[in-house]
Design a protein around this ligand. Structure first.
Ligand SMILES: Nc1ncnc2c1ncn2[C@@H]1O[C@H](COP(=O)(O)OP(=O)(O)OP(=O)(O)O)[C@@H](O)[C@H]1O
Ligand SMILES: [Mg+2]
Length: 470
């Protein structure tokens, strides 16, 4: 999180200079971090990017110029002020070429230094602010399994993730269609918080029958029910100090919703069959591909629990609404499967890009990933082109059905009942989208594929908010 005090990173191997600068600058309201070596400086800047850096040209482990280059690479808008001796004027000139903000000579004249620092902060303020809000350097530091989105709506979500990262256990609700990256976001929330050194556990609330879900969450005492031969710790206990991700929370039965509400209110609970209250400190992140407020209205989800979960809400937009992400994701997946299958694809070509741009991606990022996996496996070439793709085959197969439909089809019907009308609508929507994509957006053809007349088809497009140009 960003404090209002500008932060200064002082990189100098001479302790006397570090202490002097630290004391003086702190007196003037800056927050100061010091580093005695280049390596420490780079690690510190990566962990929490400073607003400005003061950098000695001569360091024990790297040259000041190397540190400057490395800093600028990661944080292009960071103003770096070099501290140089008169004899090092050549290097000072070189530093300016490498985009140092300015340099001050040793011995340091304090007025001069303060004037340069003020000027640097003032001049770079807009650029730093833009950089802070448009990149995720601090959020995604060291993560190579996630492609950072460039879409404005996602950048806003990242900002919220950054804000809730610090220490707290704020509950988070993530909504979004199937395959948009809700799991990935939940994981990001955990990995950017101080909880990261504790467990991140997840459970799919739709995958288990009620009794099993209950004992998975809360644990049970020996003999609590027929199969409870031993005592067992629940996920809430196992995730203590960490994060528990409750996937498909919309499918949770009402009795378990009541128990979960109690946990969120008191941060304590009892094992099934137990009498002792167990206190835990767990951040709950819940996800759903339904509209949970709508579920509340329909009486399938408890209103009080909804408000408890909905402290922070992150709505992940579908891929078709953030097309700027398709290219980078496609390249990322191309790289992964290229390596895995030992293929020679070097890049995603223009024709493939335009095919991606035209497609509606009903299965979102998961669909793109599956498409790239299949294509790289089956095709050969240097540049991935439209002809390699079989986008028609990429339509939702059974495995890609909205999770709720899939669950109903493969699992026994839950005690609590299902929402037939809702599911039928979901099924209809899936088929309408499928036909629309198969007909490449031609409404007459799409209607024919579904055995409807054009008016009826158009009515459904509207009903499901499917964009005409999709
Ligand atoms: N930013 C990203 N970078 C790389 N891969 C991603 C990213 N977001 C999602 N993916 C990949 O896309 C697939 C779907 O993501 P994820 O499982 O998080 O979606 P979901 O919204 O949880 O879907 P569901 O509603 O079906 O549970 C996964 O294989 C995931 O690794
Ligand atoms: Mg998921």
């Amino acid at each position: 999180m960003h404090s209002m005090k500008p932060s200064i990173l002082i990189i100098d191997d001479e302790e006397a200079i570090r202490l002097f600068l630290e004391a003086t600058l702190e007196d003037r309201g800056y927050s100061v971090v010091t580093a005695a070596t280049g390596e420490i400086a780079l690690a510190s800047a990566a962990a929490s990017p400073p607003d400005i850096a003061l950098l000695d040209l001569r360091l024990p482990d790297m040259t000041g110029l190397q540190v400057l280059q490395a800093l600028k690479q990661r944080l292009p808008h960071l103003p770096v002020v070099m501290i140089t001796a008169y004899s090092e004027s050549d290097s000072a000139v070189q530093a300016m070429k490498l985009d140092a903000f300015d340099y001050v000579n040793k011995p340091i004249q304090l007025d001069k230094l303060l004037a340069v620092v003020d000027k640097a902060l003032e001049e770079t303020a807009p650029a730093r602010e833009r950089f802070r809000t448009t990149t995720q350097s601090d959020l995604f530091g060291g993560m190579d399994d996630v492609v950072a989105s460039r879409a404005p709506a996602m950048l806003k979500l990242y900002d919220i993730v950054r804000q809730i990262a610090g220490g707290s256990g704020t509950t988070v609700l993530i909504e979004g269609e199937s395959g948009v990256g809700k799991d990935v976001l939940a994981n990001l929330i955990h990995r950017t918080s101080p909880r990261r050194t504790f467990p991140f556990l997840e459970i799919n609330c739709a995958a288990l029958p009620e009794q099993l879900l209950e004992s998975e969450l809360f644990g049970h005492e020996k003999g609590a029910f027929t199969d409870a031969a031993t005592q067992k710790m629940g996920l809430l206990e196992l995730a203590d100090s960490g994060t528990l991700f409750l996937d498909e929370i919309g499918e949770m039965s009402l009795p378990i919703q009541v128990k979960l509400l109690r946990v969120l209110e008191k941060m304590s609970f009892r094992r099934v069959g137990g009498i002792a209250d167990i206190s835990v400190d767990v951040r709950i992140v819940a996800a759903t591909n339904r509209n949970l407020a709508g579920e509340v209205k329909a009486g399938r989800f408890r209103e009080d629990l909804f408000y408890r979960l909905n402290v922070v809400q992150l709505v992940v937009p579908p891929l078709r609404d953030r097309r700027e992400d398709i290219g980078p994701l496609a390249e990322y997946f191309l790289g992964i499967y290229n390596e895995r299958f030992g293929k020679g694809f070097r890049e995603v070509g223009e024709s493939a890009r335009s095919a991606f741009a035209e497609y509606s991606w009903p299965g979102n990022i998961r669909e793109l990933r599956n498409l790239m996996e299949r294509t790289v496996l089956l095709e050969d070439g240097l540049v991935l082109e439209r002809k390699h793709l079989n986008l028609m085959e990429a339509e939702p197969a059974v495995g890609d059905l909205p999770a709720s439909l899939h669950n109903v089809l493969v699992n026994p019907l839950p005690e609590a009942g299902i929402a037939l009308e809702d599911l039928v609508h979901q099924f209809e929507e899936t088929l309408v989208r499928k036909a629309f994509v198969a007909a490449a957006g031609n409404q007459t053809r799409a209607a024919r594929l579904l055995g409807l007349n054009r008016d009826k088809f158009r009515y459904r497009l509207k009903q499901y908010g499917i964009k005409e140009e999709a």
